[in-house]
Design a protein around this ligand. Structure first.
Ligand SMILES: Cc1ncc(COP(=O)(O)O)c(C=O)c1O
Length: 376
């Protein structure tokens, strides 16, 4: 039987060689490779500062801490995301307040944000779902009106821009993921970007317990006593992760172009499949093309998931909305009907194999099987 993985990464021999060189060296943790990656990543995202971390979850958590969002505060965000987005808010001691999403894109609906703002609201976390940026100009205007912070969850959106604005540029911080299935990956990994130098300094300290000297300083310079002015976490990216990412970042636009072409091929192939609709790409958006999802009729979706897997095709669901996950239902008393559009997407969405080296034959097979199974 044909086997078409849900995801295949693009780590090549040179990336492996760069990581091997780190492994053959003495210094494995946060040092030269991380600094080089951070410089490249800041340049690519057109931001002043990039800080390498262990995950996007860490980036979200540290952003909230550095912006003093904590106990008693509320953060407006979307239920149509991976649970990490809302979990980070809970880890900071604050409460996530969900608002529903746009029907056409699945992104946080900016029109609903103001109604969710209370005197406790401190921040908004927009999530650029599947790689398409939210309406950041609009969200920035709301944040300015109510003096709120913006933390972008850009886990899907390294390459994205909208209306001439690059991801992260209208926010206090933007949070990125290099998890195993992301557009560039080190297995696990993340980064936070910011244009604010004071925030950058604080984030650098917070990623290593709040200590005022990094491991590289402690290794390369003569011993000096270090201090711990803040209480931080252990979230620093290491040199092995950074070494894997540097080459991928250099190839990122080429990889994006390949995914763009594959996206168009899917669009063409799915054009006449009435029961499988792709979401809309808004004019003025450069879509990062991270996840390729189709909306299928809700009563058929779960059967399709099993049927495709039975025929060798990897699939995923991005996402069943956060507010209906057991922990959120039980602790916050959310229920079906609270955010109907996110719920509808959650019942209908299916993510298909999508990555730069997916061949046209593989794509044709995926679409053929999808059509056959939709007609069952
Ligand atoms: C939208 C979104 N936010 C946050 C995360 C968390 O990323 P990480 O696994 O790097 O912590 C993910 C990861 O899948 C994600 O898709």
């Amino acid at each position: 039987m044909k086997k078409i993985e849900f995801f295949r990464h693009c780590i090549d021999d040179k990336d492996i060689e760069r990581a091997s060189a780190v492994l053959r060296s003495i210094f494995l943790t946060t040092g030269g490779e991380v600094a080089e990656f951070e410089k490249l990543f800041a340049a690519y995202t057109v931001q002043e500062h990039a800080i390498g971390l262990t995950s996007c979850t860490a980036a979200l958590h540290l952003s909230l801490i550095a912006l003093n969002v904590g106990t008693g505060d509320e953060v407006v965000t979307t239920p149509m995301s991976f649970c990490a987005t809302a979990n980070a808010v809970l880890h900071a001691g604050a409460a996530p307040v969900f608002v529903d999403v746009e029907e056409g894109t699945g992104n946080l609906n900016a029109e609903l944000i103001e109604a969710a703002i209370t005197e406790r609201t401190r921040a908004i976390i927009p999530v650029h779902l599947y790689g398409q940026m939210c309406d950041m100009k609009r969200i920035r205007a709301i944040a300015d009106k109510y003096r709120l912070h913006i933390i972008e969850d850009a886990a899907h959106a390294i390459e994205a821009s909208r209306d001439g604005v690059r991801v992260g540029q209208l926010a206090d911080t933007a949070c990125f993921s290099f998890y195993a299935t992301k557009n560039i990956t080190s297995g696990e990994g993340g980064a936070v970007t910011t244009g604010n130098p004071l925030l950058a300094d604080e984030l650098r300290m917070l990623r290593q317990h709040g200590i005022d000297r990094g491991a590289a300083d402690r290794y390369t310079k003569r011993y000096e006593h270090w201090d711990m002015p803040l209480l931080g976490w252990k979230y620093n990216m290491d040199n092995i992760q950074a070494a894997l990412l540097i080459g991928q970042l250099e190839r990122i636009d080429m990889l994006h172009k390949q995914r763009e072409e594959t996206w168009r091929a899917y669009e063409e192939a799915l054009k006449d499949v009435r029961d499988a609709q792709m979401l809309r790409t808004i004019a003025g958006v450069q879509h990062a093309r991270h996840l390729l999802t189709a909306l299928v009729p809700a009563p058929k979706r779960d059967r399709l998931l099993w049927a495709l897997q039975n025929r060798g095709i990897g699939v995923a669901v991005n996402y069943r909305p956060i507010h209906l996950l057991k922990y959120y239902r039980e602790n916050f008393l959310y229920k079906e009907g609270d955010f109907p559009i996110a719920e509808e997407i959650g019942r209908r969405t299916i993510s298909l194999p999508f990555y730069p080296d997916l061949t046209r034959d593989e794509l044709a097979y995926v679409v053929q099987v999808l059509k056959e199974e939709l007609n069952q």
